[in-house]
Design a binder for this molecule. Structure first.
Ligand SMILES: Nc1ncnc2c1ncn2[C@@H]1O[C@H](COP(=O)(O)OP(=O)(O)OP(=O)(O)O)[C@@H](O)[C@H]1O
Ligand SMILES: [Mg+2]
Ligand SMILES: [Zn+2]
Length: 425
């Protein structure tokens, strides 16, 4: 009995199949006699695989075709023009970011069209600049322009796995959600890690690793991501446990931009410069009064300064483009008040216009606002607050009457808290 083979006909190719085991006739329904032989299954499988491969290729071609459009729309000068509408000064940073994004698209196109093994390396960017000079603002405006997913993650919220806080995977998860849960899209997105200086080893380069385990661990975990690895995470709201389904995203082609104020980095740079030259620049900084300005120093930043600041060398090596932003002076702050599309003064003008009221900020009033902001040492950040303080009473009192009027904000309003002039139109 054991040697006796059964015979069935394949319903598909009509051949008579000697069935020794189930693999000869993988599909067989004894009730109806319907059967498909292994040959037919193999052939269908082969056919399907070819079709799928062609489809993936087609999709890639379509995407690569779209990339031509995207590239055309996102030439560096076009991106910069857009950023110019919102961000005052910081021309170099705008240029660097525009080129970085454009090259990122180009690298994508190259990757889709060429299988020759040549890889265009990505150029992750590190941005340094004083508080309130526009780092976060630049990136948030840039993100609105992009045709690829972009996610901002606050690096200061990240902790090493096992510590209280968010694991570094959160950065990739944010990108995955920015990509509407499309893994393929997420794998070509851009991650901005804000407040990156907050994960520096507090003790700087000299202290042992064990002095600051949390931050060292975060940096090590981020390094893996920067180098390109498959990051695994659970969906939002899902607690991490061994059986939880995970999503995997390869970070190999993700562009990383990191930014931070790096408070105190100017001292690190000054120290290095004073060591390397006993005359000239180094000598100049001996007296406290002629300490070189922050801006002069920051532009001289080198990878070793970042190391000294407490970023591990491997990470610095993965951030080849160093981009420094400058302190905003009085003129720049004045322009920020009035020029950008979303300038505070423009916003108040619009609000009051709805009450049929004109608003005029006298130039020396605006200067006084800028000077106040400079005193507060938080860059452009405090501008809004200062203006809001003055405008509160105006916004409260003006709607009491429907009469068309003009409100004039003078220097005295800013400096002495004088009431604004209100005249009939
Ligand atoms: N160069 C600029 N042009 C126009 N607006 C600016 C500029 N810099 C800052 N601002 C305004 O000031 C606010 C604060 O700036 P932003 O959050 O970008 O500072 P930051 O550089 O990220 O500082 P921090 O290091 O403290 O995070 C922004 O919301 C923006 O409106
Ligand atoms: Mg910021
Ligand atoms: Zn068959």
């Amino acid at each position: 009995m054991a040697n006796q083979t059964m015979q069935h006909q394949c319903s598909f190719c009509k051949r008579i199949i000697n069935v020794r085991d189930q693999y000869d006739l993988p599909i067989y329904d004894p009730n109806t006699g319907f059967a498909i032989c292994r040959n037919c299954i193999k052939e269908v499988n082969h056919f399907l695989e070819e079709h799928d491969a062609a489809q993936v290729q087609d999709e890639k071609q379509v995407f690569a075709g779209e990339l031509d459009d995207i590239l055309n729309k996102n030439k560096p000068h076009i991106i910069k023009q857009y950023l110019d509408e919102y961000i005052i000064n910081q021309d170099r940073a705008k240029k660097i970011l525009s080129v970085a994004v454009y090259n990122h698209y180009k690298r994508m196109k190259y990757g889709y069209q060429n299988d020759d093994g040549t890889e265009i390396e990505k150029s992750n960017v590190i941005m340094l600049g004083p508080s309130g000079c526009g780092k976060t603002a630049l990136l948030s405006h840039l993100s609105k322009l992009l045709d690829i997913p972009f996610a901002v993650t606050d690096a200061s919220s990240l902790t090493e796995a096992g510590f209280v806080g968010a694991d570094v995977e959160v950065a990739v998860r944010n990108l995955y959600y920015a990509a509407d849960k499309d893994v393929e899209k997420a794998e070509h997105g851009i991650i901005y890690l804000d407040e990156f200086d907050k994960i520096a080893r507090k003790s700087g380069a000299n202290n042992s690793i064990t002095a600051d385990p949390g931050h060292e661990g975060v940096q090590q975990a981020l390094l893996k991501m920067l180098e390109g690895s498959v990051v695994e995470f659970t969906s939002r709201g899902q607690r991490k446990h061994p059986e939880a389904p995970t999503i995997k995203v390869d970070t190999k082609n993700i562009l990383f931009i990191v930014g931070g104020a790096f408070v105190g980095i100017d001292d690190v740079i000054a120290k290095r410069l004073s060591k390397t030259s006993s005359i000239g620049f180094g000598a100049e900084i001996q007296g406290k009064d002629d300490k070189p300005k922050f801006d002069e120093l920051i532009h001289k930043v080198r990878p070793e300064d970042l190391m000294q600041y407490g970023i591990i060398p491997e990470i610095i090596g993965r951030l080849p483009v160093i981009c420094t932003l400058e302190t905003l002076d009085e003129d720049a702050l004045l322009r920020i008040l009035t020029e950008p599309k979303n300038a505070p003064v423009k916003q108040y003008e619009k609000l009051l216009a709805m009450d049929n009221v004109d608003l005029e900020f006298q130039e020396d009033a605006l200067r006084a606002v800028a000077r106040k902001a400079i005193e507060r040492k938080t860059g452009a950040r405090s501008l809004k607050g200062i203006i809001e303080d003055i405008m509160l009473d105006v916004m409260f009192d003006i709607p009491k009457s429907n009469e068309p009027r003009k409100v004039i904000i003078t220097k005295a309003c800013i400096e002495e808290g004088a009431a604004p002039e209100v005249v009939k139109k």
